[in-house]
Design a protein around this ligand. Sequence first.
Ligand code: ZN
Length: 536
Amino acid sequence: MIRITCLGAAGSVTGSNFLIESPGGKKMLVDCGLFQGGRQMESRNWEDWGFDPQEIQTLFLTHAHIDHSGRIPKLVKDGFKGQIMTSPPTAELCQVMLLDAAHIQEMDAEWQSRKNKRQGKGGLDPLYTTGDAEASLTLFSPVERDRVVDVEPGVKARLRNAGHILGSSILELWIEEKGARLKIVFSGDLGKQNQLIVRDPHEVFDADYLFIESTYGNRKHRSFEDSKDELVEAIRYSVAQNEKIIIPAFAVERTQEILYILGEFHRKGLIPDIPIYLDSPLAIKATEIFRKNKKYYDEEAQAIVEKGYDPFDMPNLKFTESTRESIAINEKTGSAIIIAGSGMCTAGRIKHHLKHNLWREGASVVIVGFQAEGTTGRKIVEGAKRVRIFRENVAVRAKVFTIGGFSAHADQDDLLDWISNFESNPRVFVVHGERTASEALADKIRTRFNLETHIPTWKQQLILRPTETAYEEPPVEEAAPDAQTMIMNNIVDLENALKELRKRAKTKGMEEGVTEEALDRLKYIQEELQEVLPNG
Ligand SMILES: [Zn+2]
């Protein structure tokens, strides 16, 4: 019997992490991603692994996105010394992404430590450091896709193109040990048909067990051609007003897709010659990796190369690497297209560009990617009249274009099409999706293909046998406090602090109890409180 424990991307889209234990005691992982989105979800990054990292021989990595790769440095910090089997472009992209992720972890810890010290509490260590990220890069062992590799005695694996981002892979795994013989397939994140740059997902015909992603398991994407028309419209709108076009974009794949599309617009003369800035050091590095890896392009991208063009370049494109160059963009008047991160407007240089342009009538903000609840990007999409950026309330007068057709994920129809290739009858585990998306997809899989489906919960253990399946529930844990309880606790703390402050203000006066600086802070707290209140 083979046991698989679903330690991430089970009941959620982030934190992808599956532990595989073979009958002979081998331990392997599929993906080791970061949990993202909200404090409660992110607190999982700090939890115990649920296994000993030293005992893991192999980590199969489906692709470079941080929700699949972002905990690798922590795994190494905690003792992992095995090999990381992945495609060559994924290994290259991880070099820039994991170092960037480590830098963010270090900055976060520093910021939190300073805050803690002001409150008389201790400092905080980062989840992992640049040193941990560097150490993890030495363990990557890239293998070309489509080749069956002997991973260790009794275990064979093959990576197939998943068509999601450069280097993204489906994992086929054969385990033959102590009489058990099974083929397990992990879809990884699957791309849609005819996605830019990368080839369509490889068909897989057989498996005993299939783990399929369901990010958009309940959705159908809008047409790609319509989306391109909308982008042209947004650009022309702001050019006519002599204002800027701001595009928040994820550094890997979405940025390169936008450059690819802008290149096409340029060659066809669809948009005027205005400066285009790629204002993100991470996206610049990722774009260089895309440029180098031409052999992984699809036919259309290769045709562009054969005609003598670089699909990610045009004469008016500038890479702004330094902060000085970035600041200079907003000192120039006139129309320009600015592509910057983060993709959900929560950090990075995009915040500066929004601060400078969001309030300007005639400017446009073009949303091309998923915006999670609670992010600045989501507020802009939902029509907020003003948003808070760098402690300032910035009015939203720019025109907001939300373009839905640039997703790098298969939608429900694409996922079902891909499953229709199976000639065997695999048992299907629906993972990597919010509950409603996973349920919708599982429903369709059952009714259309008559396959047995199951949606694993976080930490659930799956027992895989050649002829039967059993589920073992994880030990019941104390539930994390819900938002309301957390708010109530915070209010009690606040009330106590205010009481103490009132007492000091009354008795000791300005010298000891309440300083000018404290007044400033109080004002800040008051502003923050107003942000917390709905319609505030
Ligand atoms: Zn992905």
